[in-house]
Design a protein around this ligand. Structure first.
Ligand code: AHR
Length: 523
């Protein structure tokens, strides 16, 4: 497959293709970075996280309690906070997910918590020891904004109003005083507010009309009680490539009048699930075919965003409303021997490649996709971190998020290249996936993913609009597509230094097989 990435400069790519040698399969890929044609800002909120009250995502993963022998600050694990600070988590979505539509916030405040059954995830006892004040403490320790999911499914507008007032009121109301009595006199900042979760499914099995009726009321009556700190309002959006839901929400928004209500975001949920439900692709000990199939599946994110964005464009050509991909990632078979309702899975080099490809897709759509949340942060689905009692291990996905920190709030720059192809059996994938951006300090960053697990890949990067003489950064490679980090061998997959040098006017880099590389170009 001649898979030409049309990321802005087709003409240049065509010129390079003409120069390809006879053995095209192993030739270097010529890539041009055009710094003179800046695009949209790659919003730092594209690197958001999701922490649901599910399995060991919160309990054990974040919250160990103040009396735990595991080092903690007010009950929150110090090791996990330190690791998350290093990847500059911009926001954390909480408390769900499906859980959000059965969550009643008053169960989780004050000295006496209400114990419930977590009916969304495994019917296990939910102590509610981790509630609003603990979440806000956690977000503050990490340095992240709070993205709160409101209960639309089993809650009321009045309950949601009270919750927002408890969190955000900056005047001496009864609920603000209750917050102060619980240890936090100052208002919290709720940067984003989700109006329900998957209301077409676990959030209440609503029809589009039923949801838009709820949306009008929640978006009208619920919001921040602090005029200095408004909360962005995010409506439930689609979970497939069907556009009926998107049409309904966008039409409702378009037809609103004056001060009636507003939203700033439409959610999109899209997991990488290969070969149907329930998810059954193993997260460890898989072969190259399983690698290729899952990666091919994940690349559907691009066309999905295109399709949903096109509908949004009809109603919102100025792109005022962000498409918020607030659940994405690989959903694989549960780790054998674990509670299947806890959605625990290992995380391999395949997940690292998958993460980089999705982030690159979001960056290419940065004018519409301004926020995303990988599912989920710790111990659940495609996690950054796995814990077991006092032990903690960082996953290959964590390393991708760390390597991509320079792309947070950077300006997208078009790159053009002929991606070549990697073929396994009946699956054909691009061999290279690349994006570039200019950081706030002017540094040009390049991310290069070699999807081919069998061949290193030489890239010649030519820069237009600035002078580059070398490239330095890190590459995340692994011996095998299913290489993982474990508590006993925590750094089997870890980034190492890489640099490129100037030859014939281009920076030459050799990307290891199945690797993600991020370099800065030096003048
Ligand atoms: O992330 C797990 C679940 O996936 C979420 O709770 C739900 O929103 C989605 O279906």
């Amino acid at each position: 497959m001649r898979h030409l990435m049309t990321v802005g400069l087709c003409a240049l790519a065509t010129a390079f293709a003409a120069a390809a040698p006879a053995n095209a399969a192993d030739r270097a890929i010529r890539l041009t970075v055009d710094a003179g044609k800046p695009g949209a800002t790659i919003d730092r909120h594209l690197f958001g996280q999701f922490a649901e009250q599910l399995g060991h995502g919160i309990y054990g993963g974040i919250w160990v309690g103040k009396d735990s022998a595991i080092p903690n600050t007010r009950g929150i694990r110090n090791d996990v906070v330190a690791a998350l600070k290093a990847i500059k988590v911009p926001n954390v979505r909480w408390p769900g997910g499906c859980y959000a539509d059965s969550y009643h916030w008053r169960d989780g405040i004050g000295p006496h918590r209400t114990t419930r059954v977590n009916t969304a995830w495994g019917n296990v006892v939910d102590s509610n020891a981790f509630g609003t004040d603990e979440f806000m403490d956690f977000a503050k320790q990490v340095g992240a904004e709070a993205y709160i999911s409101l209960n639309v499914g089993s809650g009321t507008v009045a309950e949601a109003q009270d919750w927002m007032e408890y969190m955000t009121a900056d005047q001496p109301t009864t609920l603000a005083k209750l917050r102060a009595a619980n240890g936090h006199p100052a208002p919290y900042r709720v940067a984003m507010m989700g109006i329900g979760n998957e209301s077409w499914d676990c959030g209440g099995l609503m029809t589009p009309d039923e949801y838009t009726a709820e949306l009008r009321r929640y978006a009208r009556f619920v919001g921040s009680y602090n005029a200095k700190e408004p909360s962005l309002k995010i409506a439930v959006g689609p979970g497939t490539d069907d556009t009926v839901w998107t049409e309904a929400v966008m039409k409702t928004w378009k037809e609103r009048h004056g001060w009636s209500f507003d939203i700033q975001g439409l959610s999109l949920h899209s997991y990488t699930i290969y070969d149907g439900w329930p998810p059954h692709m193993p997260s460890t000990d898989f072969d190259e075919a399983a690698y290729a199939h899952v990666i091919k599946e994940t690349l559907k994110m691009g066309p999905l965003i295109d399709k949903q964005s096109a509908v949004m464009d009809k109603y919102d050509p100025e792109r005022k409303i962000a498409l918020v991909v607030d659940e994405w990632g690989a959903w694989l078979a549960p780790t054998p021997g674990t509670n299947p309702a806890f959605l625990m899975q290992q995380n391999s080099q395949r997940d690292a490649i998958l993460a980089a490809l999705n982030i690159n897709i979001f960056a290419r759509h940065a004018d519409r996709v301004r926020m995303a949340n990988i599912a989920q942060m710790i111990n659940v689905l495609q996690a950054m971190i796995l814990t077991d009692g006092p032990k903690m291990v960082l996953t290959p996905t964590y390393d991708v998020f760390k390597m991509y920190v320079p792309f947070q709030d950077a300006t997208f720059i078009p790159v053009s290249y002929d991606a070549g192809s990697y073929v396994h059996g009946d699956t054909t994938l691009p061999r290279l996936d690349a994006i570039a951006a200019r950081g706030k300090d002017g540094t040009i960053w390049l991310s290069l993913t070699n999807l081919d697990p069998n061949r290193p890949l030489d890239v010649d990067a030519a820069a237009l609009g600035f002078k580059a003489t070398s490239a330095n950064g890190q590459t995340l490679s692994a011996p095998k597509v299913d290489s993982i980090n474990t508590f006993d061998h925590p750094r089997t997959v870890a980034p190492r230094s890489i640099s490129g040098t100037l030859k014939n006017g281009a920076i030459v880099l050799t990307l290891p097989p199945v690797s993600v590389t991020v370099v800065s170009l030096q003048p």
